[in-house]
Design a protein around this ligand. Sequence first.
Ligand SMILES: NC(=O)c1ccc[n+]([C@@H]2O[C@H](COP(=O)([O-])OP(=O)(O)OC[C@H]3O[C@@H](n4cnc5c(N)ncnc54)[C@H](O)[C@@H]3O)[C@@H](O)[C@H]2O)c1
Length: 327
Amino acid sequence: MEFNTENYKDKLENKSILISGGAGFIGSWLSETLVNFNLNVTVLDNLETGNINNIKNLMGKNNFKFLKADVQNYRTEERFDLIVHAASIPSPDLYIKKPIETMLPNSIGTLNLLEICRKTDSTFIYLSTSEVYGNAELIPTPETYFGLVNPIGIRSCYDESKRFGEALCMAYFREYNLDVRIVRIFNTYGPRIEINSSYSRVIPRFIVQSLKNEDITIFGTGLQTRSFLYIDDLLDALLRMLTFENIKGEVFNIGSDKEIKIIDLAKIVIKLTNSKSSIKYLPPRPDDPVRRCPDISKAKQTLKWFPKTELNEGLIKTIYWIKENAR
Ligand SMILES: NC(=O)c1ccc[n+]([C@@H]2O[C@H](COP(=O)([O-])OP(=O)(O)OC[C@H]3O[C@@H](n4cnc5c(N)ncnc54)[C@H](O)[C@@H]3O)[C@@H](O)[C@H]2O)c1
């Protein structure tokens, strides 16, 4: 990872941290960064979508521990200074197939970790999602927007359980004055994102299809928009959220504020991979948001954070990694 991490290192030194979902894409990068900062890092993951290879270089280190368990059943007597809750099933193709398994870590899992934090007065960072906004009518979307979500739609297992998780965090903040911090992550990509399953997300799917010169599959017209953040920029934001003071009970949008149509993303990937792929349109997914782009003014102002990696630059790095790692 290339961003300057020195500023956070001193503030985090000698702390202990539990990272649920730490064998996944985001969690493993965070774990690796914090192990290198000399924190005592415990990863809790059931490997539902995560991959043990993501943390294999951490295994055996004195300040690293891996526990294979479900976050909703985890019990401990240990005290952690910080708990990051990243365990979830975040790929739409998979959460639509496994709605119950998706709801549990975001709801019961969040409750379980909040209770541990309450008993030990630990700081809790909840990895929420742009999907809490549903099919937002306000673009770019600020944190104050309430969301437009279908509570019984096929995506509700994910977006409603994340909303419930956020509400639980705020309940613990209001009732127990617990130090909770919520980050609403917008589509993030980079090395270690899941590529080898049929459930992979849009960027890895497009890259794998392009590298194989297979049709690039787009759900709907391709005119729906997203904004894509490179993993280094997300890590930078997470380190700020772990170390800043006076952000108790606050929620931040973290994402790129550059909106792009999915069809244009497909064309860029085809170009960057020098591919012969054509574009194939599939039926739209029900309740798929039409546009998605964050208003990141609050993160800019409070966390002094902004995304630094251009899409092309991040895609080139991701393509390189996928070429090396796709089976
Ligand atoms: N990557 C993104 O674009 C994005 C966007 C918005 C929100 N998020 C959130 O960030 C977090 C991390 O996402 P990611 O992209 O790294 O996904 P990921 O699938 O790579 O990581 C999630 C991890 O959680 C683990 N997990 C799932 N259910 C579990 C359970 N019941 N108990 C223990 N572990 C469990 C998985 O095995 C996996 O290692 C998630 O909470 C996700 O909702 C990610």
